[in-house]
Design a protein around this ligand. Structure first.
Ligand code: DP6
Length: 330
């Protein structure tokens, strides 16, 4: 029997128009569509082996057993893949991150994109990216977008078939950079999944969702036209709207440290000086500074010396997940 094993590497992404709140949490059908940029440099590398001798799925992340909730999410993706491929064997999953997980760097996006790519390949399925994005979505919403390189849109849809991602433009289309101001390496107290559930308690969530098609259209156009000013305005507004929903949820959510707020306030002033830079913040204290290549040196310099910044990362537009050959042990 040929071994049912495959290995894949995938990248995280930074949302330019955010996913926050689910219409269906079980299937991770989001309340609104979103747009992201896949990031190079950072990655998750995942090996999946389906083995007839296993009594249950085994999941190792950075060589450690994971939480029951992560195991359940991995199991959900594996069950779906087993159903599609008509196989029953349990799987051993070994996953490694090249960056700290749980620190607001969206490791779940690269993790579940790599899992979807490796598990489907190990099960003998050759899926189109649209279909692969649906599989990844079942594990983590933002993973739906890491199935493509470059600039990606996740169409919210209203059921499993209708909720998938598409590429707006490949990585080569526009050399936008992401300088991440790392404010803390600690895992966040309230994870995104819990945050998505809380979104429905905010009176600001319905107007944020209702306005999403407008922001998506502006963002799509700005990407296609490589219009940094237009992108900066919509990206900062979209990030602020999400954090206002968080602040007005019951109980409220605040992912910012004082240094996050201070840097967020400094960036528009830098842009007014002529520096092409814009901020966006996910469900964590780190701030992502999107900028054009010519601004990277100055942005890194300013961020490094900013009070409260413990590290900086610099990412370029990245590609789609890729399979890694596994040497035959035979
Ligand atoms: C703020 O994809 O991490 O980064 O579906 O529960 O895994 P789950 O949530 P996740 O949420 C990401 C939220 C965000 C915005 C975004 O990436 O669009």
């Amino acid at each position: 029997m040929t071994a049912r094993r495959a290995r894949a590497v995938a990248h995280p992404n930074i949302a330019l128009v955010k996913y926050w709140g689910n219409a269906n949490s079980e299937l991770r059908i989001p309340s609104n569509g979103s747009i992201s940029l896949t990031l190079d440099g950072l990655e998750t590398d995942t090996l999946v082996v389906f083995r007839a001798d296993l009594a249950n799925d085994e999941v190792l992340v950075d060589e450690q057993r994971t939480s029951a909730s992560t195991e359940a999410r991995v199991g959900r993706v594996l069950d779906h893949v087993r159903g599609m491929a008509g196989i029953e064997a349990f799987a051993r999953v070994e996953s490694r991150n090249s960056f700290p997980s749980g620190a607001g760097l969206a490791s779940s996006a690269s993790a579940f994109a790599a899992l979807a790519a490796a598990a489907t390949a190990a099960a003998g399925l050759a899926l189109e990216p649209e279909e692969l994005s649906r599989v990844a979505r079942l594990g983590s919403g933002s993973a739906c977008r890491s199935i493509w390189g470059g600039y990606v849109e996740w169409l919210a849809g209203s059921d499993h078939a209708g909720s998938y991602s598409l590429q707006i433009a490949p990585a080569e289309h526009w050399d936008l950079r992401d300088v991440v101001a790392v404010m803390s390496r600690q895992a966040k107290a309230v994870g995104s999944s819990e945050g998505h559930d809380r979104a429905r308690s905010s009176p600001l969530q319905p107007p944020r969702v209702a306005d999403a098609p407008r922001r998506l259209a502006i963002c799509r156009r700005a990407i296609l036209a490589r219009d940094f000013e237009a992108l900066a305005a919509v990206v900062e507004q979209d990030s602020d709207l999400m954090h206002e929903v968080m602040a007005t949820s019951s109980p409220p959510l605040n992912y910012s440290l004082p240094s996050t707020t201070a840097l967020r306030q400094a960036v528009p002033a830098w842009r007014a000086e002529g520096l092409p830079v814009a901020y966006t913040q996910d469900a964590g204290p780190n701030l992502h500074l999107l900028c054009l290549p010519e601004a990277v040196g100055v942005v890194i310099e300013r961020v490094r010396t900013f009070d409260g910044v413990v590290d900086t990362l610099h990412a370029r537009p990245g590609g789609p997940p890729r399979q890694i050959e596994i040497p035959n042990r035979g």
